[in-house]
Design a protein around this ligand. Sequence first.
Ligand code: FHN
Length: 457
Amino acid sequence: MKLNNLLLMAVLLAVFACGPQQKKSSDTNGKETAEAPDDKMEWWRDARFGMFIHWGLYAIPAGEYNGNKTEGIGEWIMNNEQIPIKEYEKYAAQFNPEKFDAEEWVSILKDAGMKYIVITSKHHDGFCLWDSKVTEYDVMDASPFKRDILAELAEACKKEGIRFGLYHSIMDWHHPQAQAIWEPNYNKGGNDTVANPEFPQYFQNYLKPQVAELMDNYPTEILWFDGEWIPAYTTEMGKELYQFIMEKDPQMIVNNRVDKGRQGMSGFNAEGDFAGDFGTPEQEIPDTGVEGVDWESCMTMNDTWGYKYFDDNWKSEETLIRNLIDIASKGGNFLLNVGPKADGAFPQASIDRLKAMGDWMDKYSESIYGTTSSPFARPDWGRYTQKDNRVYAHVFDWPEDKKLVVDASAKIAKAWLLDDGSKNPLEVGMNGGNVTVSVPENAPDEVASVIVLEIED
Ligand code: FHN
C-alpha cells in the first residue's frame, strides 16, 4: 500500500479510535459497555445499496417561487427564497399527489437492486408525511391528500422485503420554538444564526415525541437524522436522543447526525465520543474507508435532493454504477436519492438510471452484496471487492492486450468471468513480473465487467 494511503489510514484510525462507529453501545445508564455484539449492523452492511427519497411540500414549487428559479437545492426553497411561513403553509392545501403509488416506488427500488429505503418523514420545512399527534402540520390534517404516506410505503416495503428507514430533520423552520428568530430577521442558511431560547422545549415536547411516533407506528429500522448543525441543538441533546432511541429499540440503526460529530460534508465523526452508528459523507465518496467504521455516502442523481423541474444535470448511468462499485470497494453503503414530483411520480430520468443500475445488478450483485472492502491497493483499471475467499475485480478499462494485471500479492487458485455461469477458468500467469489474468477480447459489460478471483487458502 502506498505511503500516503498508510498515512491516511493512520490518521483516520486515530480519529475514529473512539468514534461511535466503533460499534460501541451504551448501557441504560449511558455508560459505554464492552464491544457490543455487532448484529444490528450486519444486514445494513450486507445491503450496501439503498434509496434516499426527499419528498414534501417543496415538490410543489419545484424550484421556482414568484417567477424566480431558486439557485439552491429544491427542498431549501422556503429558506433560500425567504418565503414567509404563512405563505409556505399554503402549499399544504395544494399537496395532493394523485399519482403516488407506494408499490410502484418499491418495485422500481427493488428492481434497481436496492435493499432499503430512507424517506423524509419531515424535512427542515417542518411538514410531516404522516399523521402526527403533536401537530396538524401534516399530510393528514393540512392537505387534501389525507393518506398516511409513511404507512403505505412501509406496507409496500414489507411485502417486498425492503428495509424501511426514515429521515428526520432536527432543524425545523416551522415550529415556533425551533425556528431561529428569523422573521423579520430572515437569514439565509437556515435557522443557524440566532438560537431560539425555547429550543429545549421543542426538543423535549415535539422532537422526541415525533421520533417516538416514527418508531412506534412504523416498522422503522433506520433513523437518519439531519439538520443537527444548528447551535441550538447540543451534543448533550444528541446523546440523550440516541439513548432515548436505544432504550426503545436497541436494534435501531441511527446515523451520526443524531449528535454533533459530523464534520460537514465529509460525514465522518471528529475525534471524541459522539453518538451514531455510521458516518454520512454527503455528495462525496471518501478516498478510502476505515476498517471497522460503518459509513454511507448519500448522493443525488442530479444536483438537488427535492425535485426541481429545471435541474437536468443528471449523472450518467456509468457514473452511478461506478460510484456504487467504488463505495463498496471501500466498505461503504450507497444511499442514492430520488426527488419525486408533486404528483407522486418519480422523474423519468431517475427511473431510467435506476433501470440501468438494476440491469447491471442483475448480472453482478454478488460482487456488491455482503462484500467487504478491497484487500488490494486500488488498481488503475477499476476496483476490487471481497467476499470470503473470492475477490471481485470490477474492470472499468478492459485491457487491449487481453492481459489483466492483478495485484502481485494475489495467490489466485482460479479466475472466471462472473457472468459466465459455467465458470470456465481464465488463464492466470506471470507476464513481465506481473500476475495476469487472460481475458477475452471484448468486455462483457461496457460499464464494469466482473472477474472472480478465487484466492488460495
Ligand atoms: O440540508 C440538508 C439537505 O437539504 C439534504 O437533506 C441533505 C441530504 O443529506 N442533508 C442536509 C445538508 O447536509
